[in-house]
Design a protein around this ligand. Structure first.
Ligand SMILES: [Zn+2]
Length: 108
Protein backbone atom coordinates (compact mmCIF):
# COMPACT_ATOMS: atom_id res chain seq x y z
CA UNK A 1 0.00 0.00 0.00
CA UNK A 2 2.28 2.81 -1.19
CA UNK A 3 -0.35 5.60 -0.78
CA UNK A 4 -1.03 5.02 2.87
CA UNK A 5 1.37 6.95 5.12
CA UNK A 6 3.35 4.85 7.49
CA UNK A 7 2.87 5.11 11.24
CA UNK A 8 6.26 6.85 11.42
CA UNK A 9 5.16 9.48 8.91
CA UNK A 10 1.93 10.13 10.79
CA UNK A 11 3.84 10.52 14.02
CA UNK A 12 6.34 12.83 12.35
CA UNK A 13 3.62 15.14 11.00
CA UNK A 14 1.63 15.04 14.24
CA UNK A 15 4.76 15.98 16.19
CA UNK A 16 5.67 18.71 13.69
CA UNK A 17 2.14 20.16 13.82
CA UNK A 18 2.14 20.09 17.61
CA UNK A 19 5.51 21.87 17.67
CA UNK A 20 4.29 24.54 15.22
CA UNK A 21 1.17 25.07 17.32
CA UNK A 22 3.28 25.35 20.47
CA UNK A 23 5.55 27.93 18.79
CA UNK A 24 2.54 29.94 17.61
CA UNK A 25 0.99 29.88 21.08
CA UNK A 26 4.31 30.92 22.66
CA UNK A 27 4.70 33.82 20.22
CA UNK A 28 1.11 34.96 20.83
CA UNK A 29 1.66 34.71 24.60
CA UNK A 30 4.90 36.74 24.41
CA UNK A 31 3.18 39.40 22.29
CA UNK A 32 0.27 39.62 24.75
CA UNK A 33 2.61 39.89 27.75
CA UNK A 34 4.64 42.58 25.98
CA UNK A 35 1.52 44.56 25.02
CA UNK A 36 0.23 44.31 28.61
CA UNK A 37 3.57 45.53 29.97
CA UNK A 38 3.69 48.45 27.49
CA UNK A 39 0.14 49.47 28.42
CA UNK A 40 1.37 50.05 32.00
CA UNK A 41 4.44 52.10 31.09
CA UNK A 42 4.36 55.48 32.84
CA UNK A 43 0.92 54.77 34.30
CA UNK A 44 0.18 55.17 37.99
CA UNK A 45 0.25 51.73 39.67
CA UNK A 46 -2.49 52.89 42.02
CA UNK A 47 -5.09 54.57 39.79
CA UNK A 48 -3.82 54.01 36.23
CA UNK A 49 -3.56 57.67 35.17
CA UNK A 50 -0.48 59.10 33.46
CA UNK A 51 2.73 59.72 35.38
CA UNK A 52 4.92 62.72 34.72
CA UNK A 53 8.61 62.73 35.46
CA UNK A 54 10.40 65.60 37.05
CA UNK A 55 13.76 66.18 38.60
CA UNK A 56 13.69 67.90 41.93
CA UNK A 57 17.05 68.80 43.43
CA UNK A 58 18.65 66.14 41.28
CA UNK A 59 16.22 63.43 42.37
CA UNK A 60 14.10 61.84 39.66
CA UNK A 61 10.47 61.57 40.71
CA UNK A 62 7.43 60.24 38.87
CA UNK A 63 4.16 61.74 39.99
CA UNK A 64 0.61 60.78 39.09
CA UNK A 65 -1.38 63.51 37.37
CA UNK A 66 -4.57 62.27 39.06
CA UNK A 67 -4.01 60.96 42.60
CA UNK A 68 -0.66 62.80 42.93
CA UNK A 69 1.02 59.64 44.20
CA UNK A 70 4.79 59.91 44.12
CA UNK A 71 7.06 57.19 42.74
CA UNK A 72 10.81 57.07 42.93
CA UNK A 73 13.09 55.29 40.50
CA UNK A 74 15.31 52.59 41.96
CA UNK A 75 18.07 54.12 44.04
CA UNK A 76 16.68 57.67 44.05
CA UNK A 77 15.56 57.61 47.68
CA UNK A 78 18.96 56.26 48.68
CA UNK A 79 20.58 59.07 46.66
CA UNK A 80 18.49 61.69 48.44
CA UNK A 81 19.07 60.12 51.86
CA UNK A 82 22.81 59.94 51.24
CA UNK A 83 22.94 63.62 50.30
CA UNK A 84 25.36 65.57 52.49
CA UNK A 85 22.56 67.94 53.36
CA UNK A 86 20.29 66.00 55.74
CA UNK A 87 17.16 67.93 54.80
CA UNK A 88 17.54 67.04 51.12
CA UNK A 89 14.69 64.52 51.05
CA UNK A 90 12.39 66.92 52.89
CA UNK A 91 13.20 69.60 50.33
CA UNK A 92 12.43 67.19 47.49
CA UNK A 93 9.09 66.29 49.06
CA UNK A 94 8.17 69.92 49.72
CA UNK A 95 8.92 70.82 46.13
CA UNK A 96 7.02 67.84 44.77
CA UNK A 97 4.03 68.62 46.97
CA UNK A 98 3.76 72.05 45.38
CA UNK A 99 2.17 70.29 42.49
CA UNK A 100 2.51 68.38 39.31
CA UNK A 101 1.74 71.33 37.06
CA UNK A 102 5.34 71.46 35.92
CA UNK A 103 6.27 74.15 38.40
CA UNK A 104 9.67 73.14 39.67
CA UNK A 105 10.21 76.13 41.87
CA UNK A 106 13.31 76.23 43.94
CA UNK A 107 13.02 76.23 47.69
CA UNK A 108 12.23 79.49 49.43
ZN1 LIG B 1 -2.55 57.77 40.52
Amino acid sequence: MPDKPSKNEEEYFARRDAELLRQQRDAAHRAAVDAERRSHHMKCPKCGYDLITGEWHGVQVDQCTHCHGIWFDAGEVETALAHPEPTMLARVFRTVLRGVSGAKASDP
